[in-house]
Design a protein around this ligand. Structure first.
Ligand SMILES: [Zn+2]
Length: 264
């Protein structure tokens, strides 16, 4: 017996009014499983000390004769559980293109997940802190990034509680071949795509936002700006719609990552 295909026009849950009110996760359990899985699969795992009470983790896999270096991060907003779960699932499935070396930060904001809030426990939106680095988390993350090589591609996994469907941002100033439309098409088979012409205040087309901006002119930097400035020339930020079931958001992120990496 075959399963019926997922309905791409599935209804929104209608849960998220004025903020995220969906599922929560036990982040320390998720991360402990992710790290154990990574180690079983032969990844190197590293602890990034933040404070005496708090660590971040980073995982690295060299691959065989790697041609491309790819960085993936998740969990910078504590009310976006799909990202860390997507990372854990991909580590478990262990299906990566040959020739790709990977660096993975599975959760950049553990205290935000414990508090079920976007910001960290002290109330800072970590994804606005990469220019001035006022938080210990981002200082620790930036110090770790500085010890890594440059990346051919970076992927930041997020959710958006206001979105009508999946969408993504692409920063690609050198006009490298883009996987954005291919990724959106792959996700569309299992999750609605946000059709809005303006998403989060930016012009969008078919779920793809390509902001024309100069980070130097911006007072606050999200992670993607920092990566573009210091580590890469090609960045995607993937946004799963929080108003759909968590399993579907995870599947949307995993599908988008796989679709983008398939071209690597
Ligand atoms: Zn986010």
């Amino acid at each position: 017996m075959t399963c019926p295909p997922p309905n791409p026009h599935m209804q929104r849950l209608g849960k998220n009014r004025g903020g995220y009110h969906g599922e929560t996760i036990a982040i320390h359990d998720v991360l402990a499983t992710a790290r154990a899985t990574a180690q079983e699969r032969g990844w190197m795992t590293e602890t990034l000390p933040v404070t005496p009470e708090l660590n971040l983790w980073a995982f690295h896999r060299g691959g065989t004769a790697p041609r491309r270096r790819v960085y993936i991060s998740a969990g910078i907003h504590g009310d976006e559980p799909a990202g860390p779960l997507a990372v854990r699932q991909m580590l478990d499935e262990d299906r990566w293109p040959t020739g790709v070396a990977l660096w993975v930060c599975p959760c950049l904001n553990p205290t935000g997940f414990v508090a079920s809030r976007r910001e960290n426990a002290a109330g800072f939106d970590l994804n606005r802190d990469y220019r001035h680095q006022q938080t210990a988390e981002i200082r620790a993350h930036a110090a770790w990034l500085a010890r890594q090589p440059s990346f051919d591609l970076t992927l930041c996994l997020h959710e958006d509680w206001e979105a009508a469907g999946f969408y993504l941002y692409e920063l690609n100033p050198d006009q490298h071949p883009s996987a954005a439309e291919r990724a959106v098409a792959a996700v569309a088979a299992l999750c609605p795509i946000d059709p809005a012409p303006v998403i989060d205040g930016r012009e969008a087309r078919g779920g793809v936002i390509r902001p024309s901006l100069d980070p130097e002119n911006r007072p606050q930097w999200p992670e993607a700006f920092y990566l573009l400035r210091h580590k890469t020339r090609h960045s995607y930020t993937l946004e799963a719609p929080s108003d759909f079931p968590l399993a579907r958001r995870v599947a949307a992120l995993v599908t988008a990552v796989r679709s983008i990496l398939d071209g690597e």
